[in-house]
Design a protein around this ligand. Structure first.
Ligand code: XUL
Ligand code: CO
Length: 447
């Protein structure tokens, strides 16, 4: 046992003072037609939880994540042991990974592929034994110096080819993870374009680079479908960091890109809270944009810090944010193949194994509260563009008369001009009632 000090974490309710209990996340409780577990679909990010040791630009690791292993393969397996014990203790059903979270990067592609096969088989054994699934995999195309000018967007065709080889291997692993006879399921594959962008346009052929990023995505889809991996592909938008500018800037940009290159049938978006705020949007805005385009696939659940301009990947804690998030997820009809992946890491001084659990308990409870509040707001019916009353009051003019004529394409600029001449000055369009709405949100949440 790797975490002897942590018991099985169970729901004990809001009065509990047990640090290793859920106060709000009650996995089997049915709320709005589904268990909380099925609504929330929590996933553990292998990289932050099992490999990241708290390093930052100014300091080395504060926690040892070798979990008792000594050789690289022993460490890789010990991390898998730790991960499965961790997920089982919290009742987490999914994980997400990069190829290079699973093993230490090898000197040659052959050696790396061999080691990946070994660890993937080891992990698959644990998946089969526990029923834990992989939500999505991805390829690390940022760390190695060969990717310094990008992967799909590299100026070097040889680097592009190497990126393709690494993506192929990750897809092979993802395919293996999703196979299991009648227990087979549909997983996913994420492209986070970490270095797909530029530092300066003085040296960048942006058009060629973007075409090539799309080419790599098409090649990945073609290969996946060829081997029988029918999973969902995702773009994870992020505007900057590590590059000055990244091509998948935000949801609107990524959707435009997918449509331009004919990738929108195979891709949806993986929206990350901290990436949204880096792009100057709210988390909710990005979720709404994705959902309104039928592109809300999955979520990287974390939070940034409003006072810091970079990706801090903190455990989500702000219940207003999680409420808005879960409201948007409910509004979109829930997750399909996606889920809530905790792309979050402990703060550097939170350097014990117990802190790893506290981080997850914090965010699992925060999203459970978000779900509970979102359902209450929805059922209350006074606010939100879902409520028929609110909708009819604010947008009622679009359901008949001139509004309907515009929506159905019957109106012309001339007919609208004639209408405007006849009607005189239109009435003011009605109060937005924002403060009233916020009152209701607080009343429903805390009342
Ligand atoms: C980086 C980030 C990644 C992706 C997967 O900001 O969010 O960890 O989620 O590559
Ligand atoms: Co992420």
């Amino acid at each position: 046992m790797i975490f002897p000090n942590v018991p099985q974490v169970k729901y004990e309710g809001p009065e509990s003072r047990n640090p290793f209990a859920f106060k709000f996340y009650d996995p089997d409780k049915v709320i709005s037609g589904k268990t909380m577990r099925a609504h929330l679909k929590f996933a553990m990010a292998w990289w932050h939880n099992l490999t990241a040791g708290g390093t930052d630009m100014f300091g080395r690791a504060t926690i040892d994540k070798s979990f008792g292993g000594t050789t690289p393969m022993e460490i890789a397996k010990a991390r898998a042991d730790a991960g499965f014990e961790f997920m089982r203790k919290l009742g987490i059903d999914y994980f997400c990974f990069h190829d290079l979270d699973l093993i230490a990067e090898a000197d040659t592609l052959e050696a790396q592929n061999r080691q990946l096969d070994e660890i993937a088989a080891y992990i698959k054994g644990k998946m089969d034994a526990t029923g834990i699934k992989c939500l999505w995999g991805t390829t690390n195309l940022t760390n190695n110096p060969r990717f310094m000018n990008g992967a799909g967007s590299s100026n070097s065709a040889d680097v592009f080819a190497r990126a393709a080889a690494n993506v192929k291997k990750t897809l092979d692993i993802m395919y293996l993870f999703t196979q299991g006879g009648e227990n087979s399921y549909t997983g996913g594959f994420v492209f986070w374009g970490g270095r797909e962008g530029y530092e300066t346009l003085w040296n960048t052929d942006m058009a060629l680079e973007r075409d090539n990023v799309a080419r790599l995505m098409h090649l990945a889809v073609d290969y996946a479908r060829k081997i029988g991996f029918n999973g969902q592909f995702y773009i994870e938008p992020k505007p900057k960091e590590p590059m000055k500018h990244q091509y998948d800037y935000d949801a609107e940009t990524a959707i435009g890109f997918l449509r331009k290159y004919g990738l929108d049938g195979d891709f949806k978006l993986n929206i990350e809270a901290n990436h949204a705020t880096l792009a100057g949007h709210t988390f909710r805005h990005e979720l709404r944009v994705a959902a309104d385009n039928n592109m809300l696939g999955s979520i990287d659940a974390n939070t940034g810090d409003p006072h810091l301009g970079w990706d801090t990947d903190e455990f989500a804690y702000n219940v207003y944010d999680t409420t808005e998030c879960m409201y948007e997820v409910l509004r979109a009809g829930g997750f399909g193949w996606g889920g809530l992946n905790f792309d979050a890491k402990n703060r550097r001084p939170s350097n014990t194994y117990e802190d790893m659990f506290h981080g997850f308990i914090l965010s699992m409870d925060a999203f459970a509260l978000g779900l509970i509040n979102a359902v209450k707001i929805w059922d209350d019916g006074r606010v939100g563009v879902l409520s028929p009353e609110g909708h009819a009051e604010r947008y009622g003019s679009w359901n008949s008369g001139i509004g309907l004529a515009i929506r159905s394409g019957k109106a012309t600029l001339e007919s609208l001009s004639d209408y405007a001449l006849k009607q005189g000055e239109p009435q003011l369009p009605g109060s937005g009632r924002q403060e009233y709405i916020q009152n209701v949100i607080n009343q429903v949440t805390f009342g």
